[in-house]
Design a protein around this ligand. Structure first.
Ligand code: GMT
Length: 381
């Protein structure tokens, strides 16, 4: 198949899923065309079968807000025609599904068919999409999509309830490449690599996000401050965003800044995750929690919140621990218990990897997308 993919190219879960999907589909022999305002950050630019088409957005003194959604629709239609695309797959409804709808209409007027699939990821439904200025058009473009998928049951139910969507929505969960996101089996190699971040007797806790308010990064530092009073440990924070400075100041004010490492945006996240003992993910909401899944595949269980789709990924007490939002006391107690009770963390590490492998490997999930595309093209979805 020749598939056009549109996503936000920046640091964010929906862009990660879209990019990894494109890479997997290309490896399976499909031709993938990314259409976005810049190259998705996980694309190397050298992958066979993957093409990138930039969307130029011209400015003009009259435009206070240059209309990206229109430029995107034009480029989608153009790329579809030039490269004979079979379908478009857009990730994150706003504004991508609206642009895809326009592109489909433009091509229909020229006698060509361009069905599009919208994948709902999270804040497009739970936050931004609910804003009155976006809700009617988001609802319309979801309803009019040729196929709609959601990354968790939670998000599917939420979309139906809050947007009154009546067309079918299929759940295709997020996935991870279990050969790339994998534990370091060689004990000596792992121990040597960990020395870059911690002493041999110290635990490594990790957080990975875009540091938006919904991630509650300040809670990460608060939990760690309590853990480090009982257990020798280092905290590694990967990513960047609006709440980074608040977290940096808190680490400083609590006098733990020498044990808290803000690494910023990193490329080989799999290698960092594999060095950690535990992930901290105290988000106010996650429709799925891709970061937790990536950690689990590396044998790193997460201390997380019982919100949104997280319970669909983490089995509380078996593959991680779940707590109410903001309960830093309990999260710290859970982490300390895991790190100090002999055998407990090891059992959870094994269970986390097993769940990732059994339910969420790309080898299992990507064929579901291919099957879904086929049903959209056949009009049977
Ligand atoms: O707001 C974000 O966290 C980014 C957002 C995105 O779409 O880029 O992430 C959402 O999609 C991810 C990939 O499907 C999910 O793993 C995240 O749980 C989800 N974030 C939220 O629901 C807050």
């Amino acid at each position: 198949m020749r598939i056009g993919i549109t996503c936000y190219p920046t640091y964010g879960g929906s862009g990660v899923v879209a990019t990894e999907l494109g890479i997997e589909l290309a490896a399976a022999g499909h031709e993938i065309h990314f259409i976005s305002y810049s190259q998705p950050f996980r694309l190397s630019g050298r992958d066979d079968g993957i093409f990138y088409h930039e969307v130029p957005v011209s400015s003009y003194p009259l435009f206070e807000f240059p209309p990206y959604d229109l430029a995107l629709a034009s480029r989608m239609a153009e790329v579809a025609e030039l490269y004979n695309l079979d379908l478009l797959h857009v990730h994150y409804a706003i504004p991508h599904s609206v642009s895809a709808l326009l592109a489909r209409q433009m091509l229909a007027a020229r006698g060509s068919r361009l069905p599009f699939v919208t994948t709902l990821h999270g804040t497009d439904i739970t936050l931004v999409g609910l804003d009155r200025s976006y809700l009617p058009i988001t609802r319309f473009s979801i309803q009019e999509s040729d196929g709609v998928t959601s990354i968790s049951n939670y998000l599917r139910e939420k979309t139906i309830a809050d947007f009154g969507i009546t067309r079918p929505i299929d759940v295709i969960p997020n996935f991870v490449n279990c050969d790339v996101y994998t534990p370091i089996l060689d004990k000596e190699k792992r121990a040597t690599s960990r020395l870059r971040l911690a002493r041999p007797d110290e635990a490594i806790l990790i957080h990975l996000s875009n540091f938006r308010p919904v991630k509650r990064v300040v809670d990460v530092v608060k939990v760690f401050a309590k853990v480090t009073k009982s257990v020798p440990a280092q905290l590694v924070l990967v990513g960047d965003g609006p709440d980074r400075s608040a977290a940096e100041w808190l680490a400083h004010d609590l006098g733990i800044h020498e044990r808290v490492h803000f690494l910023g945006k990193q490329e080989r996240i799999n290698e960092l995750l594999a060095l950690a003992d535990l992930m901290l993910l105290p988000s106010a909401l996650e429709s799925f929690g891709l970061a937790a899944l990536e950690a689990m595949a590396c044998k790193v269980p997460a201390i997380a919140t019982r919100v949104g789709g997280i319970p669909e990924v983490i089995d509380d007490g078996v593959t991680g621990l779940l707590y109410p939002i903001g309960d830093v006391e309990a999260m710290a107690a859970g982490a300390i218990d895991l790190l100090t009770t002999p055998g407990k963390l090891e059992a959870m590490r094994d269970a986390a990897r097993k769940t990732a492998r059994t339910h969420f490997c790309s080898t299992k999930i990507v064929p579901q997308y291919v099957h879904y595309y086929e049903s959209v093209l056949a009009g049977t979805n």
